[in-house]
Write a protein that binds this ligand. Structure first.
Ligand code: SAM
Length: 705
């Protein structure tokens, strides 16, 4: 790397300006840096790079200025703990980088001042992620900080990736004394250097060298194949916007242009722009109809367009194809049943564009961003880092991501616009968006519901369409996951134009507790049919329910049904307390609404009686579980049980969870044991339907055994 970029360095003039803060000397800075570099040599190169996730209380805005519009200042006029608005520095990197969460290098300005520069949030596809010695960089509106060491240990910390610009060696903005004289390389030499870097899999350097080659030559014929090479390299790096532009720039109006269209088609596919991809691939096929590679790509694109149009997916096949390394499924989103519009509740919301039946797919969405990181302690940082990376690499994505709700973060309004060739990216805004919009997702919901699945393995991702949905505890949709695909199904019949809701997190039974969580994490208080009613319940009653629930939990936690014989007395006590709890619900308020504090006891009593094969009681409490989730189920065996009907009613105020499926299974089992075959079958059918809602597609209930 350094071999490619290092230019002849001159001795530099020294400054006469007085230092603003007492700083370490150049020798001290270099000595410490070299010691760190020595340590780095002994560190394993495979260790994952740590992520510096922004702390929102330390937020400062990204620069929206061009480096050409700010005052260039010497390093020794930087003020400690200051953000230098309207100022910039231009420096040469005079050391190899120490690469941790940031790339720390020693830099020198045109006056000979030396400082430490730490560049964070650059991704591996950029040279700036480990900026090599010899480069010249500009930092706009730099932040100069204490570095945690002793006196005089300061650092220029660059958090926003667009605040630092890698300058081309020929850029006239570079001060005379940092200039390196005439460039060493011809266009041909840059191209060869690019090829060498490409073969060595140093793709960022290859892109840099191909760019220099193109800049150094005005010969279109010479440049066309270099555009092709740069397009190919950008494809490898996942920089699809650049790959598409390069592919189109490589056209020569000849029959060989099939390659340009083929690459442009792949780039558009990478951006999930399947219509555009299809058009490019059709052009490629017009020029080279017998090429099977193009045909294969074209067929793949048609399959995505079909999914986009029909919402038909082979979910079981997709589930089978998942593995720890394959979590990103090659599938398109199906979104046409929904649209984003203003919500009466808050900002934007999601609305049905058509009538939907209970159980129907509302939408299927491929994650815009979801790292393969299921370790919960690392999932947030991984999503943050991936978001920054993708927005840097593919500015076209920035438009969609940056319009997402930010919890009130103060924006400049210029985020995402291109300044100095890169999109303005404010990492604190990105973090604010992540916090308000990301979902946790298991590798697959169906696996996650199985009793023996490992607990807590959750990735975090951004699904832009799903994130437009507001929350309701008694929601009309339910989400599930297969890899990076989010499946949303209707939990009841939905009218065209109705606002769609889902639960942001599993709903806690006590209204104060769950609303505290919504407030803390998302800044809202829920006003769904359940929360708005529960709020009007007198405090004394709310407290009574809370106390009774605590008593029941205390007793039940001691005795786990199924694992030991539960004494009759315990069952009777729980039964009595559950009855008191039931009575503590105001009949007129809770009419037809879930009574969530009762679920724990009714579930427990189902288990306790099932352990004793006391089927009549299993039925009694099983029905209570369903009622307490808001389902209107027949109380009398003479009434007809409609397995789908219990979900369908549009005015349902039900709360759908896996517990509903379990209760239906227990009911089926109990009716079966009592010889009521038809009722048993109906309950099992209702359980299967519920399991489809929970897992996203048809799965066998035996998975739950
Ligand atoms: C993922 S966004 C949902 C879309 C958002 N309404 C928008 O304008 O983009 C989450 C934010 O929506 C708001 N929100 C979600 N559900 C809400 C509700 N039931 N009532 C009020 N605000 C809600 C909260 O401000 C929350 O932080």
């Amino acid at each position: 790397m350094a071999v490619v970029l290092q230019q002849n360095s001159d001795t530099m003039a020294t400054t006469t300006e007085p230092p603003v803060a007492k700083r370490l000397t150049k020798e001290q800075i270099l000595k410490t840096h070299n010691a760190h570099l020595k340590k780095q040599e002994n560190m394993p190169s495979t260790a994952p790079r740590p992520v510096k996730q922004p702390v929102m209380t330390e937020a400062y805005p990204a620069s929206t200025k061009s480096i050409r519009d700010v005052e260039i200042i010497p390093l020794n006029s930087l003020q400690v703990e200051s953000h230098h608005l309207n100022k910039g520095i231009i420096v040469k990197v005079v050391s190899p980088p120490f690469v941790g969460a940031g790339a720390v290098s020693i830099v020198q300005d045109s006056f000979g001042n030396v400082e430490k520069l730490s560049i964070y949030n650059q991704n591996d596809s950029s040279i700036l992620s480990a900026v090599p010695e010899g480069c010249i960089v500009a930092v706009k509106e730099p932040y100069y900080k204490h570095n945690g060491g002793g006196d005089g240990d300061y650092i220029i910390a660059v958090d926003h990736p667009s605040d630092v610009i890698l300058l081309r060696f020929t850029d006239p903005i570079i001060p005379e004394s940092l200039r390196v004289g005439p460039l060493l390389k011809t266009a041909e030499e840059w191209k060869n250097a690019g090829d060498t870097a490409f073969l060595g899999k140093d793709f960022p350097t290859a892109v840099f060298c191909y760019s220099e080659a193109i800049e150094a030559s005005e010969d279109e014929k010479f440049n066309a194949p270099i555009y092709t090479k740069r397009a190919g390299t950008n494809l490898v790096l996942g920089r699809y916007d650049a790959a598409k532009a390069d592919s189109l720039a490589s056209r020569t109006n000849g029959p060989g242009d099939w390659k340009a269209y083929y690459n442009a088609g792949r780039a558009a596919y990478g951006l999930c722009q399947y219509e555009e991809s299809k058009e490019f691939l059709e052009k490629a096929l017009e020029l080279n109809s017998s090429n099977n590679v193009i045909r294969k790509e074209y067929d793949r694109c048609l399959a995505r367009l079909k999914e986009q149009e029909t919402g038909e997916y082979d979910f079981s096949g997709m589930l089978a194809s998942l593995s720890p390394t394959n979590v990103h499924l090659d599938r398109a989103s199906f979104l046409r049943n929904t649209r984003v519009a203003e919500s009466p509740l808050h900002g934007k919301g999601l609305f049905a564009t058509t009538e939907l039946k209970a159980g129907e797919i509302v939408f299927v969405e491929k994650a815009t961003l979801m790292p393969n990181q299921y370790e919960p302690s690392r999932a947030s940082a991984a999503l943050y880092a991936l978001t920054v990376r993708q927005l840097c690499d593919n500015p076209s994505l920035a438009k969609d991501v940056l319009q997402m709700y930010d919890g009130g973060y103060e924006r400049s309004g210029l985020e995402g616009t291109i300044v100095d060739g890169v999109p303005v990216l404010d990492v604190f805004l990105i973090e604010a968006i992540r916090q308000k919009n990301c979902f946790s997702s298991p590798l697959s919901t169906v696996e996650d519901t199985k009793p023996r699945s490992p607990e807590g393995r959750m990735a975090k991702g951004l699904w832009i369409r799903a994130a437009a949905m507001n929350h309701a505890c008694v929601a009309n949709t339910m989400r599930s996951f297969v890899g990076d695909l989010l499946i949303s199904r209707a939990t009841r019949d939905i009218k065209e134009g109705e606002e769609l809701f889902h639960q942001y997190v599993p709903v806690k039974s006590l209204p104060d507790l769950r609303n505290q969580r919504y407030k803390d994490s998302w800044g809202f208080e829920c006003a769904c049919a359940l929360c708005s009613v529960e709020k009007t319940s007198p405090e004394a009653n709310r407290n009574k329910r809370k106390e009774l629930l605590a008593q029941i939990e205390k007793i039940c936690n001691k005795k786990v049904p199924g694992r030991e014989i539960i004494p009759d007395a315990t069952i009777r006590t729980v039964d009595r307390l559950a009855k008191q709890l039931e009575d503590a619900h105001e009949t007129e308020l809770y009419d037809g609404l879930p009574r969530l504090t009762l679920i724990y006891s009714s579930n427990w009593l189902v288990g306790a009686h099932r352990g004793r094969k006391n089927w009549g009681k299993v039925i009694r409490y099983g029905i209570k579980v369903l009622r307490n989730f808001g389902f209107r189920v027949p109380s009398d065996e003479s009434e007809v049980w409609d397995p789908r009907g219990i979900y369908a009613a549009q005015d349902n105020k039900t709360l759908m969870t896996l517990h509903v499926v379990t209760a239906l299974r227990r009911l089926g089992e109990a009716y079966g044991a009592l010889g009521q075959k038809e009722l048993a079958e109906r309950c099992v059918e209702a359980a299967e339907f519920g399991y489809l809602l929970v897992t996203g597609f048809k799965n066998s209930l035996t998975d739950l055994d």
